[in-house]
Design a protein around this ligand. Structure first.
Ligand code: AKG
Length: 300
């Protein structure tokens, strides 16, 4: 009897807990082709040309360039040489054009297809490298940061959507093909950024292909939370702005609170909502992150 009670109290009812998604290899239906899903699984990323059409891209860029709230909440991410990128980060999709994009079926259904589970909005950010002065990003895995937030599994991914042309000269995203299969590697402080263990990055770079993700406005790259990525400074005369939307899976709801949200159901919108929203910039209630709470800049 006593043993039975002990067992009862030690073993939680499995129905209380969503099962982590361990069977992600199956193909699911959604906007991505089987080949695209396979590329993401093998390489840790997949590039989708024209994720946003020309009009949607122009509306987003127009909104972003004149967005007071984005400017006010912008943090300076300083690289090892003292150059800076302007980063604005918000936790909840707003009732604005960025919110329409990050809730659009095109994006959310793709994420769910890639991660094999329901996803929720973990945060979005605008990464703006200004001409000549925009800084570099150290090699890192996003799960290198997010691990600290109580996410037990690396079941997170981001989509970087180019708003300007992204070229080698203006500091396009660089990805190490297949690096997500290394699992999470140690991260430490470099400049004001948190980056991956340089010894391991150097070894990985000798074995894996470095891909410069050059993109036209509206093109996007979906990449896994453990994919090593970085970018060079913007040495060109042209800005390099990109919208990055990040998602966590429902079954990976963090076990503790952090500066990013726990599972919050995401209301999906029809793809036509992006254009219907027009160039509407940030609304209140998005919960912008302030520099002092940003773990990419302060010690973990
Ligand atoms: O904007 C970039 O080039 C990289 C941004 C990035 O890696 C991040 O926000 O984690």
């Amino acid at each position: 009897m006593w043993c039975g009670l002990f067992w009862y109290h030690q073993c939680p009812n499995p129905a209380q807990f969503p099962t982590p998604n361990l069977k992600k290899k199956t193909m699911t239906t959604g906007p991505m082709s089987d080949l695209q899903v396979k590329a993401f699984q093998q390489d840790g990323f997949v590039v989708i040309r024209g994720l946003l059409d020309a009009e949607e891209t122009l509306l987003t860029l127009t909104a972003a360039r004149q967005d007071e709230a984005i400017r006010e909440h912008s943090m300076q991410v300083i690289d090892t040489k003292g150059r800076s990128t302007n980063l604005s980060l918000w936790n909840h999709p707003g009732d604005d054009i960025y919110g329409a994009i990050c809730r659009s079926r095109r994006v959310v259904d793709s994420m769910e297809q890639l991660l094999g589970d329901e996803v929720y909005h973990y945060h979005s950010k605008l990464s703006a490298k200004q001409p000549k002065v925009g800084g570099a990003w150290e090699w890192h895995q996003d799960y290198g940061y997010w691990y600290q937030n109580g996410c037990l599994f690396p079941d997170l991914a981001s989509v970087f959507i180019a708003l300007d042309p992204a070229t080698r000269e203006n500091g396009c995203l660089q990805l190490l093909k297949g690096s997500h299969r290394m699992g999470r590697i140690e991260h430490g402080r470099f400049g004001s950024q948190t980056g991956a263990d340089p010894e391991r990055v150097e070894a990985a770079m000798k074995r894996m292909e470095l891909v410069y993700c050059e993109m036209e406005p509206g093109d996007a790259v979906f990449f896994h939370g453990n994919t090593l990525h970085s970018s060079d400074p913007n040495v060109s005369d042209h800005p390099r702005w990109g919208l990055i939307c990040c998602y966590n899976t429902r079954s990976n709801d963090p076990y503790k609170e952090s500066h990013h949200p726990n599972y919050t159901p995401l209301l999906k919108l029809d793809d036509s909502s992006i254009q219907a929203m027009g160039a509407r910039g940030s609304e209140t209630g998005k919960s912008f992150l302030e520099a002092k709470r940003d773990k990419t800049q302060s010690a973990n």
